[in-house]
Design a protein around this ligand. Structure first.
Ligand SMILES: [Zn+2]
Ligand SMILES: [Zn+2]
Length: 297
């Protein structure tokens, strides 16, 4: 019944939506649990949720979802990290860390990543809550529209955001009222007042905010992402958190920018594995350095 052509319900991706969010909404719109829906349309031999489909979607998945929804291949590609190829990183390699891309918990078991961030206010204002591809990026730590910090876990129980599990293991539950529900404790993720952004340096935050708006889907093709600048920013972040080789970097940046010297988690983990408050703090220092370098040119 669901194979081959257009599905009975065929929602298109919302502006800036990521593939995983779109796929889960397709299942719910067709009145099915996500797992049942995926088994029917992709076949049991094709497992969707043991991989990061936002990062690298298999061809069979893209072919089925475009046929089922009538969306163009271009539209479907733009729900994945293919959109940022050559803009934020070189190529989407299959394994390993992709620059700026956060890791999902369910397939990276050792570190239990918190790879999907969210803005509670955006979710609350959506007519149908959905997740943005840009929320998967490590430098997207605040919402440029609400001027508040994002969250990278449930504000009530601390679980990672895993919206395809909301009705998993709950017999009889087909009626998920929206993807803004915590899969573990069922709290509404939008029912939270996030921390207001501390714009401690106007020039830095103007620049940072401009980049955040640029990575939203509607602006990405206007060429406003400067690959070299993003690579440099990443390198500075990496150095700040690597306590061995560049031990004094954080302290000296704090001294010059007037920011407090906060303790960083001691670990060899890459920048993308770190919790949101730490990334936000480190990014502020790194942006400050870039801002100064550009001004002094
Ligand atoms: Zn927002
Ligand atoms: Zn929760």
């Amino acid at each position: 019944m669901l194979s081959g052509t257009l599905w009975p319900a065929h929602p298109k991706p919302q502006p800036g939506e990521c593939l995983s969010s779109w796929l889960v909404r397709c299942g719910h719109h067709n009145g099915l649990k996500v797992q049942t829906f995926c088994d029917r349309v992709f076949g049991k031999e094709h497992q969707v949720w043991n991989r990061d489909v936002d990062r690298l979607a298999p061809l069979w998945l893209l072919q089925v979802i475009t046929a089922g929804t009538g969306a163009s291949r271009h539209l479907a590609d733009n729900t994945t990290m293919k959109l940022f190829e050559g803009r934020l990183f070189e190529h989407r390699n299959k394994g390993g860390q992709l620059r700026w891309v956060l890791l999902l918990g369910q397939y990276h078991r050792l570190h239990r990543g918190f790879g999907m961030q969210y803005c509670p206010l955006c979710l609350r204002e959506d007519s149908e809550p959905y997740y943005r591809l840009s929320w998967r990026l490590a430098f997207y730590t605040f919402c440029p529209y609400h001027q508040t910090l994002l969250l990278d876990r449930c504000h009530a129980c601390g679980a990672p955001v895993v919206f395809h599990r909301i009705e998993l293991g709950r017999p009889g539950r087909y009626d998920t009222s929206g993807l803004d529900e915590c899969w573990q404790c069922q709290t509404r993720l939008g029912d939270f007042q996030p921390l207001p952004l501390d714009r401690w340096h106007q020039g830095v935050f103007q620049r940072w905010e401009r980049w955040l708006r640029a990575v939203d889907r509607q602006f990405v093709n206007s060429g406003r992402i400067d690959y070299g600048c993003m690579a440099r920013l990443h390198e500075i972040c990496r150095r700040i958190v690597s306590e061995h080789k560049f031990a004094d970097l954080q302290r000296s940046l704090c001294l010059r920018s007037g920011q407090p010297v906060l303790p960083l988690s001691v670990s060899r983990r890459p920048f993308e594995h770190r919790a949101l408050p730490e990334r936000h703090y480190v990014l502020g220092l790194a942006w400050w350095l870039i801002y100064r370098q550009l001004r002094n040119r």
